[in-house]
Design a protein around this ligand. Structure first.
Ligand SMILES: Cc1cc2nc3c(=O)[nH]c(=O)nc-3n(C[C@H](O)[C@H](O)[C@H](O)COP(=O)(O)O)c2cc1C
Length: 214
């Protein structure tokens, strides 16, 4: 079976926000699609290891902020590569409470306020069916998963349902490449080393987190 055909499925990118034990938690997801239009509802897929799933199991209400192409990419680094188990992900950005759920501050293409109504166990992941209880308009072009990969040069961690182990091998051969050990962003440069003040454009890690690939 040629699994690369799955790479042709398309997705958006979202920041999920929820409260757990009174704390604002959340994570990046790319798996969200609308399943009904009357009484609108969506389905999302959450890895069982993710703290955010525990939050939704405790408190059914959550938000999805729809990332735009010009949203701050640091939001993806922090919400997609650290865990709310041990990190206050909202600390650099702040949040506002909309419909009793936290929404990270910043520019987004819109937000959905949702209530989880059903789940389906899919092994490593749980599918959550959620009803849309409110919407907040935003602005900008919604960021697709392919834009994140091809333009921002971002990667996805193993917990993402669409994780690809081969991504690090797809870099070009003509330049030097350095990989961020937090978010796996690959910096390309003609120079032998990255500048000392280089900062990862996706997760904000300093140059000490970059390992040379070639
Ligand atoms: C581009 C991208 C897409 C992701 N998609 C998903 C997803 O659809 N479902 C999921 O469970 N995790 C996904 N993740 C991984 C979670 O965001 C990540 O495991 C996060 O650290 C979980 O944080 P938590 O433990 O605070 O919930 C994705 C991460 C990135 C960067």
């Amino acid at each position: 079976m040629d699994l690369s055909v799955l790479y042709n499925l398309s997705y958006g990118l979202y920041v999920l926000g929820a409260f757990k034990d009174g704390r604002a938690v959340g994570c990046v997801i790319n798996t969200c699609f609308q399943v009904t239009s009357e009484n609108p509802s969506v389905v999302i897929s959450l890895n069982k290891k993710n703290y955010t799933l525990e939050a939704i199991q405790e408190n059914k209400r959550f938000s999805l902020s729809i990332l735009a192409e010009d949203s701050d990419p640091m939001v993806i680094g922090r919400f997609g590569f650290t865990s709310s188990r041990d990190t206050d992900k909202y600390e650099p950005f702040g949040y506002e409470v909309i419909g009793f759920t936290p929404c990270v501050k910043g520019k987004f293409a819109g937000r959905l306020i949702l209530d989880a109504v059903k789940t389906l166990d899919c092994g490593t992941h749980i599918l959550v069916v959620a009803s849309v209880v409110d919407t907040v308009p935003g602005s900008g072009t919604p960021m697709t998963y392919s834009y994140y990969h091809n333009v921002i040069k971002g990667k996805a961690p193993k917990t993402a349902p669409t994780y690809r182990a081969d991504e690090a091998e797809t870099v070009k051969e003509s330049k030097h490449h350095f990989e961020c050990d937090i978010c796996h962003y690959i910096a390309e440069t003609d120079a032998e080393e990255l500048p000392a003040d280089y900062v990862c454009p996706v997760c904000g890690a300093d140059v000490s987190h970059f390992k040379k690939l070639d």
